[in-house]
Design a protein. Structure first.
Ligand code: 5GP
Length: 207
């Protein structure tokens, strides 16, 4: 670094920064993450593996890598997941290969994981990657129930179960660095963008 080049004193873009976004499904999290990635250069989505059946419109390799129980178990056995969890009977996991694929392209990464995944990542970390933890939630559980009903992909019993999970997940908000409440989508996306910018502007630890 030349003495007048100050750019390397801040974290910058594409130097191993990952945003762990957690929060209830149906809170608009996926929509907000897509809008964030479309809007902010240098960001990419970490595609998780899941054993869940694809919803209408979901694409393999884009929304998830849809795999069988056997395939999932083989990846677990090979130690190829950074974290994995069971959510409402289906298995979800973030592979080491997926994170490496994105950071090798000098991209900052957005991980969309449940609260168990965030807790694991907070505990184990990811080598060479700085993690920022964001809890993304609806302003109220009542509003979340309405959104899930409008989506129409779960039964009433499944919605009730999801709301119970969310009530439990809200108790873990203290492990996160940031809280985004999605009352209004455009505002929530702007708040996510502000978080990305703040993390990129952080002064690097020179110790
Ligand atoms: P959905 O079935 O609605 O797509 O996702 C259900 C939950 O699984 C969401 O909270 C989502 O964030 C979470 N999830 C998706 N991918 C992963 C993953 O790789 N690891 C973990 N722990 N959770 C995930």
């Amino acid at each position: 670094m030349s003495s007048d080049d100050l750019t390397s004193l801040r974290r910058g873009t594409g130097r191993g920064l990952a945003f762990v976004v957690s929060g209830p499904s149906g809170a608009g999290k996926n929509t907000a993450i897509s809008a964030l990635i479309a809007r902010v250069p240098g960001l990419a989505y970490s595609v998780s593996h899941t054993t869940r059946t694809p919803r209408p419109g979901e694409r393999d390799g884009v929304d998830y890598y849809f795999v069988s129980e056997e395939e999932f178990a083989a990846i677990v056995a090979a130690g190829e997941f950074i974290e994995h969890a069971v959510y409402l009977g289906d298995r979800y996991g973030t592979s080491k290969a997926e994170i490496a694929r994105l950071t090798a392209r000098s991209l900052d990464v957005v991980l969309n994981v449940d609260v168990q995944g965030a807790i694991t990542l907070r505990r184990v970390g990811v080598p060479g990657v700085t993690l920022a933890f964001v809890f993304f939630a609806p302003p109220s559980l009542a509003q979340l129930g309405e959104r899930l009903r409008a989506r129409g992909s779960e039964s009433e019993a499944e919605i009730a179960e999801r709301l119970r999970v969310v009530a439990r997940e809200m108790k873990s908000v203290g492990i996160f660095d940031y809280l985004v409440l999605n009352g209004d989508l455009a505002t929530a996306v702007e708040e996510l963008r502000a978080i990305v910018m703040a993390e990129r502007l952080c002064v690097v630890d020179s110790a």
